[in-house]
Design a binder for this molecule. Sequence first.
Ligand code: UD1
Ligand code: MG
Length: 456
Amino acid sequence: MKPRFAAIILAAGEGTRLKSATPKVLHEIAGSPMIRYVIEALQPLEPAETIVVIGPDMDVVDRVVWPATTIIQSPPRGTGDAVRIARAALADRLAQGDIADILVLFGDTPLLRTETIARLLDAPEGSRAAAVTVSGFRPADPAPYGRLVLGPDGTLLRIVEARDAGAEERVIGLCNGGIMRLSARHAFPLVDRIGNDNAKREFYLTDIVALARSEALSCRVVELPADEVLGVNTRAELAQAEALMQDRLRRRAMDEGATLIAPETVFLCTDTRLGRDVVVEPNVVFGPGVTVADNVLIRSFSHLEGAEIASGAIVGPFARLRPGAVLEEDVHVGNFVEVKASRLGAGVKASHLSYLGDSDIGAGSNIGAGTITCNYDGFNKFRTTIGERAFIGSNTALVAPVTVGDDAYVATGSVVTSDVPADALTIARAPQVDKPGRAPELRARLRGDKGREEND
Ligand code: UD1
Ligand code: MG
């Protein structure tokens, strides 16, 4: 059996450089908190245990990382201190002796893939294993990263943090990617020896390399792709990580058979699912929770979240689908139509300028331009139910709770306040009054001409 590993994800840092009230690891990338990506990338590798080190007042992180165990580092005093704190949560496991390695990851490197983590774990095991295996990478700009100092024979001697690096170390292009594998036997005794004699007065995990070397333990570097170990510390890096993730998601959607006419203008979430032969026109935003079946056309400038779309549907241009929107087969939702918590049965057409909220609309119904479901009285929300094959004339207000029966016909401009029976023609508007020839008189009066009676 393959020796098991325990993962420690460091997430207690305050993320000072983001200048945010939200903990860094909860900042979202493609609709998901960045730490979720780390947890999910780990899952297929089946860690024996996953411990997330969080800071004080980070209860929300606790929910986001479930089912991983969290442990609080208070106050955050550096990455080395964070690993030391995590030991308490692993004590039982370590005592059982079935954990060979400790894998340390950072909650702020969301682009790491499972295969890449596996490369670190696949490095030699047992007696041939290094006490410390560090991930190296060559970023375009090494400025903020710890530098890997190698000896003449290429072995890793130590890691120098950017702030503590001298001129000759700052030119090193090989940097610390953050993810690190420690042999369980050596990890904590070494971590205990880490001090804080450095520019930030922090306990740097990176000092573990020099400490291991001082005990003649071997340290190795496994070089990883730079775009996977990007650390998100600033808003600019957050945007950079978002862009890289969007590229991945667009590629996945296209690999699965969707056409994105201008992929760089389509924004996806990590859980967006597009079927085969879906066509997405330029400038479409998919928020969380959107599932699109095969053969759907999503036209330009549409914004979708929490929506389920069945095959044959046409959405947009300029459509807005909000959570709970369910479009069955061949539904057409056109420009400036907003759908929320509503089910539109097969073949329903709502082609222009409507708000359909909290409603159930039966198959084959036609919703005229400007139809509004008036679902909210300022305090409570109510549902509108429309049967099959109903025709709702333009500019109709459906004052919920209200039901329109199958095959009913609601006249244009109606304000529907009570239920409409099946097959009825309902006209709920003020009748038209024509007063022949009165327009000139009206104009004269409005102009203020003399000699006119003021009242009819
Ligand atoms: C760290 C590394 C650096 C590496 C870079 C890669 C150290 C000392 N430096 O720098 O060598 O090149 O990552 O991205 O390790 N954290 C805690 N508790 C703390 C401090 C931090 O849990 O007390 C967590 C943070 O939430 C974060 C991670 O550890 O997820 C890394 O901390 P961060 O401050 O981002 O370190 P860097 O300066 O990026
Ligand atoms: Mg960082």
